[in-house]
Design a binder for this molecule. Sequence first.
Ligand code: ATP
Length: 353
Amino acid sequence: MTRITLENLGRDFGEFTALANMDLTIADGEFVALLGPSGCGKSTTMNMIAGMLEPSHGEIRFDGRNMNGVPMAKRGVGFVFQNYAIFTHMSVRDNLAYGLKAQGVGRAEIARRVGEIAELLQLSPLLDRRAAGLSVNILQRLAIGRSAVVEPSIFLMDEPLSNVDAAFRAVMRSELKGLQRQFKQTMVYVTHDQLEAMTMADRIAVMDHGKLLQVGTPLEVYNHPADTFVARFIGAPGMNLLPGRVTGGDGAPVIDLGAAGHSGALRLEQTGDILFGFRPEEVVPDANGPLAMQVTAAERIGPRIILHLAAGDHRAKVVLDGETPAPQQGETFRFSVPERSVRLFDAQTERAL
Ligand code: ATP
């Protein structure tokens, strides 16, 4: 198993910086998700770790050994792409055996390891089927199996579930996590889907516009986003951010939230413009609450109700459990946000305060 270190890693394409100065250490056996919107530089980072793309600057080290210039085949990485590359003319068994044969592993050992991985990924009944004609879900499983069977010390997966249908994705999430737990590989997993990152990763590296914004456990990035991008990107719906102004100064500062009301300014020492952040799930309906917004829409999604709220220029979403009496569209929703759930951001820098 291998520790991965990225130091001041960057990649330019001509004038364009796809990745700028990334520093990240991924521990031996750790599962790290690179999470961010399309074009943020996730795949560029992965391709450099894999050895398919050379960095413009910086270093990639595996267990302290500089990998710059080392070809992919010599890095000991398994790579599963969004567009799985399966040999469709071969059987499932031959696809699974391919990497082991290439390594010169003996027949009996190949049979044992192919049997084991097929069992784990529920491919056993399909071993003698030709890959051509199998469903996308099964092909993706096969692509994962084909990489996993050679037991690479580093596993790289780039959006492996994006072509898989939604129902099957939930199953695959737990299977992939189980697979990684079993083999204890160091896993780097690229996704734009925060749910995948939140459910599988030990730590999440949130990226935007070629920059690493925050690295932390799923709970850390959810509870303590470093800036407003992370606050909005993590969570579904993301964190609410209401522009406000801290007034009052010493002793009893208050956050004026304009048409939405006000809030105590908590531990805040500075005055001036801020963004008042709170998770949609952490709102308390409260007839005497200091905040009030109009309900512009109320959606019931399974056991949850999502209220869309507006007050002046402020917009927010609130998630209530279905048991809570919810106001109707056009009514006023009064609420409070518990002090421990409030997150404040500087209005200019958008960094957490
Ligand atoms: P996606 O999920 O869409 O692949 P991503 O976060 O993985 O997004 P990258 O594929 O790393 O993003 O791309 C980052 C940026 O670099 C994009 O704007 C992309 O257009 C650009 N880019 C990537 N490869 C090249 C290339 N070979 N030449 C020029 N620009 C590139």
